[in-house]
Ligand binder design. Structure first.
Ligand code: UDP
Length: 235
């Protein structure tokens, strides 16, 4: 295996599938099965999941809700997704732990770095819910921070697009994909990979990011084996 320990970032929106809101159970099951393939290869897996399919803090301001309050609502939304994913993983026989950035003791454990690492060593899939627990951050930043804390080898950012393109491929037919790109080139070309806080954290800590299409079967397993899929971003 190319990687011993990975951190997989899934957006909340990806869980919607064809729906306009919420969680599509078929997608959840599909993701759980893709994750199991990698687990069965002996890779340690941590997951950060977003909440954009339910609520985002920026949305709150538009509807007259205080921004900070909205961010906490967004963090709770990520926990709903995390609980759904945890259930889907357990239904196919995987051992999991859900750790939250906000204390919510009757539902899951709080995030404790050493405990998270111990869970991974014991073969449990660890899901990090509720972001980092602070407003004005995103789950991309959570993914970067937690990956560094647990000494993950890489951040795998699963999206609907199969990598980083010269322009948005959903809008521009002439857009071409990068196989490899450096952090500096991403800044210079003003490409959109992750928010800047997350991106800078990865760069400063020499943590590679791979952007790939999570909806294509076997992609995650191929990445774990070291195949070139999506776009690899390195220092
Ligand atoms: N959020 C936050 N702090 C965090 C992580 C998330 O305040 O550490 C809030 C923020 O409002 C964000 C929402 O939770 O909009 C949902 O997360 P995100 O937008 O990153 O989800 P995704 O786009 O990945 O679905």
């Amino acid at each position: 295996m190319k990687y011993k320990r990975i951190l997989l970032k899934l957006s909340g929106e990806s869980l919607m599938g064809e729906k306009k809101y919420g969680i599509d159970p078929a997608i959840l099951q599909q993701y759980a099965e893709e994750i199991k393939k990698v687990k069965d290869m002996g890779v340690e897996i941590a997951i950060v999941i977003g909440g954009g399919n339910i609520f985002r803090g920026v949305q709150a301001e538009k509807s007259g809700i205080d921004r900070v309050q909205g961010d906490y609502m967004g963090m709770l939304a990520t926990l709903i997704n995390a609980m759904a994913l945890q259930s889907a993983l357990e239904q196919i026989g995987l051992y999991t732990r859900l750790m939250s950035g906000i204390k919510i003791e009757s539902v899951c454990e709080p995030f404790i770095r050493r405990r998270a690492i111990r869970h991974l060593e014991k073969g449990r899939i660890v899901i990090f819910g509720a972001g980092i627990g602070n407003p004005y951050f995103t789950t991309d930043s959570t993914a970067a921070l937690r990956a560094i804390e647990i000494e993950s080898d890489v951040v795998l950012k699963g999206t609907r697009v199969d990598g980083v393109y010269t322009a948005d491929p959903e809008k521009d037919a002439t857009a071409t994909k990068y196989q490899n790109i450096t952090f500096t080139e991403v800044y210079e070309k003003n490409l959109n990979v992750m928010d800047m806080t997350a991106f800078t954290l990865c760069q400063e800590n020499n943590l590679p990011i791979i952007v790939f299409d999570m909806n294509k079967s076997e992609n995650l397993a191929k990445l774990a084996k070291g195949e070139q899929i999506g776009t690899l971003i390195t220092v």
